[in-house]
Design a protein. Structure first.
Lengths: 448, 287
């Protein structure tokens, strides 16, 4: 028996029963049900043990993960095992994804299907990031989740677009399908999802591990930013029909990045890969270079793949280089003009943006109402990329006067026009002026 | 720089309706002013990722002998099946459905394959004889880059599912010969369901290329189960890329993976059929 019935009771390992309410989804290894357990709703993943190579070993691994706990709150981690059914089938409970999160698949499709429970008819609802800031934050969150996982010595193994839920308003990320996560070096049978698998797995000469995760992570990031497949270009499309043999070639030994600088034979095709063509030219070189690195040198040499911390730094930088112009245009500084070495200019409306120059980096941060910097950017001892340290705001009592608000919990030292150095306490702010200098402790910033 | 962008943006505007609605929401300027936006590429203004395409062909016997319970059961299960296979494509594959019926005449339910999300089952009626050979020829003619398989992007090999309750009343060998020359058929995932005592599994295996992908139903309950097993399994396998032989230690070659999906389909169908056999009719799986 592999399927559960509505209303069926499933006995839990440490007592009590979970009652099946409905099917939420199904995957390669089993079905996910909505259940009630101890007065709360949970998701129950129930396995088709015929599709698992060694069920006992697989189950032990999940139990070990339950004991170890999640690497962070970004994971919808296994929480409780069920008892084995008479035929050996088993499952585990995990928390439900909150409604405010959409699946990565729906984000890639740009819509989700909402089914009317009465008629069974489906209609499409747009799924799209509310703003660019949320999208880049989502990228940072994804990268950080895998950094945390790899730091505890585990690999995800089956990294693909079905593995994430994202809040498109905030960029918050939840990693799901954590049941194949295993100590690095162990593999309990999963190969991964084609298109996301590292070429060496496709070719059959390696098993999933932390290094292959890094390849899959680069694919996920590429898909999120450029909305296309990094290996699908002219060379692949020529095949018309994707047979097993052509996939083995194009995603294995003969995989070729669409923007490989040394080989133009697999470039994206207009009319099919328009997203990739369009977005590739928008991103700054340091982002493109990291993908080129991952998908050329790192394609067949796992040690050359971009590591999570590097991605994290690159995307924290990218987030600080977003400009939201009052004319409605939001883009990266790479898509704005430079009026002078320290001022950006909107090519659409002519609005100019002063910049902050930080002592710990050589790129400028553009200033506009709502622009923010984060704790990790100004405090050397902080890794916190979600807590805002400072924000450009308009003074509530003096409309039109702009200043930087100290949103952190540490005082800043600020140079004022009279030449004096003043403390700006948490919650307070200071006007911006040509010559402004802020000392955050070890890091300083001045208005460019 | 701006000249370059202008050229590119013109091309971008030629893409699907979803973009148009999105830009329309942001941009309320008259069309004449569009040029001033040509630098204004929104990093969030993506269209859906380019998906691979999969067409699922259902070849359904609507001859007179199908009338009654068989047709009733078939119509019901097909209506229920469509929502179930809606999500199998996920973000990678756009799944389309085409239904070819054959009795005295050979007829497509719709003039072209329809995206699974928009597909509505039109209930079928049964009458006439079993022109299966004609159906094979019609299928072969439509399984072409110039006809039903005309997606500009990549396609997976199609899924072809044949359901019949009888022996062909025409020369099915001639139809099979036409199919044998069609490479979509050659690489396609083929399965067949024989219904009742008259259907000939050997003949169906000639169509699918192996006995593993032929199943048989003798009761209405079995019919519903088999259709579901075969259609769901085939569309799951068909809409995904190759999965590995996980015991493999050496580099895979073209030969290792040749017809890997068809073999996997055969295995999975046989496993599922066995499970259902052992549980008999007392097991109510919610039909």
């Amino acid at each position: 028996m592999t399927e559960l019935k509505i209303g069926q009771e499933v006995e839990m390992e440490y007592g009590g029963t979970a009652v099946v309410e409905k099917i939420i989804g199904s995957g390669g290894q089993g079905v996910v049900y909505l259940v009630e357990y101890n007065g709360m709703k949970w998701a129950l993943k129930w396995y088709d043990i015929n599709k698992i190579k060694d069920p006992a070993e697989f189950k032990n691994n999940i139990k070990r993960n339950i004991t170890d706990g999640a690497p962070s709150n970004k994971f919808l981690w296994p929480r409780y095992m069920t008892k084995d059914a008479p035929d050996g089938t088993f499952g585990y409970l995990m928390e439900l994804k909150p409604d405010s999160f959409d699946s990565f698949v729906d984000i890639l499709n740009t819509y989700k299907l909402v089914v009317d429970p009465l008629t069974g008819r489906a209609h499409k609802e747009v799924v799209r990031f509310t703003d660019l800031h949320a999208m880049v934050t989502a990228v940072i969150n994804i990268v950080n989740a895998f950094r945390q996982l790899h730091r505890v010595g585990k690999s995800y193994q089956d990294l693909n677009d079905g593995g994430f839920f994202i809040n498109v308003d905030t960029g918050a990320v939840l990693v799901c399908d954590c049941d194949n996560i295993a100590p690095d070096g162990s593999n309990f049978g999963i190969g991964g999802k084609p298109g996301y698998m590292a070429p060496e797995i496709v070719r059959g000469i390696a098993k999933p591990d932390v290094q292959t995760d890094k390849y899959s992570l680069a694919v996920v990031l590429f898909k999120l930013l450029f909305r296309g497949d990094p290996m699908e270009g002219e060379k692949v499309v020529k095949d018309v029909c994707l047979t097993e043999a052509s996939e083995l070639r194009h995603y294995g030994a003969e995989a070729l990045f669409v923007y490989d600088p040394d080989d133009a034979s697999n470039r994206p095709v207009r009319g099919i890969h328009d997203n990739v063509i369009r977005f590739w030219r928008m991103y700054p070189d340091y982002i493109k270079d990291a993908f080129i690195q991952s998908f050329t040198a790192g394609l067949h040499d796992p040690n050359k793949r971009v590591i999570e911390n590097e991605w994290q730094q690159l995307f924290i930088r990218l987030r600080s280089e977003i400009i939201s112009c009052p004319c409605g245009r939001t883009n990266f500084t790479s898509m704005f003009e430079m009026q002078d070495p320290s001022t950006y200019r909107c090519p659409k409306c002519g609005m100019t943006f002063a910049t902050l120059e930080f002592s710990n980096r050589d790129h400028l941060m553009p200033l506009y109402i709502g622009s923010k910097f984060y704790e990790c950017e100004v405090y050397d001892d902080s890794d916190d990329f979600l807590s805002v340290a400072g924000e450009l705001v308009e003074n509530k009592l003096k409309p039109g006067v702009l200043g930087l608000k100290n949103c952190s919990e540490r005082p800043w030292k600020v140079k004022m026009p009279d030449g004096g150095i003043y403390d700006v306490a948490p919650g307070k702010g200071c006007p911006i002026w040509q010559g402004l200098e802020i000392n955050f402790g070890t890091v300083t910033a001045k208005l460019g | 720089m701006s000249k370059n962008k202008k050229a590119k943006n013109n091309a971008v505007q030629a893409v699907p309706a979803e973009t148009e609605t999105q830009t329309a929401a942001v941009n309320t300027q008259p069309a004449d002013d569009l040029d001033m936006f040509d630098f204004d590429d929104d990093p969030l203004g993506a269209t859906g990722v380019s998906r691979k395409s999969l067409v699922i062909f259902f070849l359904i016997d609507t001859s007179g002998s199908m009338r009654g319970t068989k047709m009733g059961e078939l119509n019901t299960v097909m209506e229920e099946l469509i929502p179930e296979i809606r999500r199998v494509g996920e973000a990678d594959t756009e799944v389309k459905v085409a239904v070819l019926t054959f009795s005295t005449d050979v007829k497509w339910m719709y003039a072209e394959p329809i995206a699974i999300e928009d597909f509505e089952w039109a209930r079928l009626n049964a009458s006439g004889v079993t022109s299966m050979g004609e159906a094979f020829k019609e299928l072969s003619a439509r399984m072409s880059r110039n006809s039903f398989l005309n997606s500009p992007s990549l396609s997976f090999a199609p899924v072809i599912f044949l359901m019949t309750d009888g022996y062909p009343s025409d020369d099915y060998k001639e139809g099979l010969a036409a199919l044998a020359n069609n490479s979509w058929y050659k690489f396609g995932l083929k399965a067949a369901l024989g219904i009742g005592n008259e259907a000939n599994d050997d003949m169906l295996a000639e169509f699918t290329g192996s006995k593993d992908t032929v199943v048989h139903a003798y009761t209405g309950n079995q019919l519903a189960q088999m259709i579901k097993i075969v259609a769901v399994t085939a569309s799951q396998i068909g809409s995904k890329s190759m999965t590995l032989a996980d015991q493999n230690e050496a580099e895979l070659s073209d030969e290792d993976v040749y017809a890997a999906k068809q073999k996997m389909l055969g295995q999975q169908i046989q496993e599922l059929v066995k499970q259902n056999d052992s549980e008999d009719v007392s097991f109510d799986t919610g039909w």
